[in-house]
Structure formats: C-alpha cells, structure tokens
Write a protein that binds this ligand. Sequence first.
Ligand SMILES: *[C@@H]1O[C@H](CO)[C@@H](O)[C@H](O)[C@H]1NC(C)=O
Ligand SMILES: *[C@@H]1O[C@H](CO)[C@@H](O)[C@H](O)[C@H]1NC(C)=O
Length: 191
Amino acid sequence: MGFPINQILALLIILTIFSSTTTSEKCNPSGKIRGKKPPKDKCNKQNDSECCKAGKLYDKYDCSPQVSRRTKAVLTLNSFQKGGDGGGASECDGKFHSDKTKVVALSTGWLRLNDHLKRCNKTVTIVGNGRRVKARVVDECDSTMGCDEEHDYQPPCQNNIVDASPAVWKALKVKKDDWGYMEVFWFDGGA
Ligand SMILES: *[C@@H]1O[C@H](CO)[C@@H](O)[C@H](O)[C@H]1NC(C)=O
Ligand SMILES: *[C@@H]1O[C@H](CO)[C@@H](O)[C@H](O)[C@H]1NC(C)=O
C-alpha cells in the first residue's frame, strides 16, 4: 500500500497558504527598548502621556497591522501645537498645527513604507462613537524608537495608534472627560 502522496501534497499546500496569510497580517515586535529614567523636568505628563521607567523593556515595531477598509486602531490624544505634548514640529510638513484643526499622527508602520512617508498629508476617515470624521495625517507616532530626548522620554508608540488632535475628539462628540483612549476604525480617504 502506498502513501496518499496527493493528499499529503494538498495538505502541505493548504498549510503553506494559511501560514503565509497569517504572517502577512501579523506584526510582531522587532525588538525591545530599555527605559531610561527621564531627566528632571523631562517627559511631559500632561494628557496622560506615559513616561519611560528605568530598566523596563518596551516593545518596538517596524510594522503595523494590515490596513483594510475597516482597520482597527486605538485613538489617543495629542496636541500638535507649539509647546504641546507632541514635542517638535510635525514630521510631514515641519509645521505645528492648532488644536482646532483635525490632524493625526499614525504609528510608523501605517505612516511609512520603508523610508517613504506614504500617508503624509493624506486624508483618513476615523469611525468611532457612532460618528465619522476626516483628518489629515501630519505626523508619525514612532513605534521604532522612544525613551530618549527626541521622544520626550516616552515609550515607543504601539503599532496600532491614531494619535489625534483635540479637534478630532471634539468632532467625534466624545465627552471631554473621556478623551485620551478609544477603540476606533479608520480607512484611507474621505468617502
Ligand atoms: C493637553 O490637551 C489639551 C486639549 O485637551 C491641549 O489643549 C493641551 O495643549 C494639551 N497639553 C499639552 C501639554 O500638550
Ligand atoms: C506635505 O505637505 C506640505 C505642504 O503643506 C509639504 O511641504 C510637504 O513636503 C508634504 N510632505 C510630504 C511628505 O509629502
């Protein structure tokens, strides 16, 4: 009696297809960053910004979850104004943006394709709290680095973040006390 070669082959092919689809959707950490204690007066704790803790290991990511017509994300709050908790000027245009304009930063894997800032200046639509708003992408929420001066001694960004200006939270009609963390969906464009 021979082995059912055809069936084994079919099974192998199916397994290969399955594992390649799961790896393309999954995004695992690319490494760790060891936290340093922020120097005095560094790390702006306003608006619930997290500060790195000495010795703690933080995941970093080169990738983000695959984008679809309904990509799950965590909406966070950031001020892109001068002196705001976003730190320096925005990565996409080298400018600051008023808290009254609807702008966002995206996690590295969603903003960039390798070195290309592919979603800079693009419109995305954010769906949350039963509403949808359009916002312009102006900055990076850096998932690859953190706990240093450039990132105000805050940990690297998670890989699924839409970091939004106060105007975005307001347009979603979220109660001000609840601004800072909300599960949302987003998609490219403004349809
Ligand atoms: C904190 O958030 C408010 C909006 O809720 C903003 O006006 C303010 O500038 C933020 N603070 C900092 C330091 O970014
Ligand atoms: C985004 O738009 C600004 C003009 O508002 C431009 O200066 C900048 O080069 C653009 N950035 C990218 C990465 O295309």
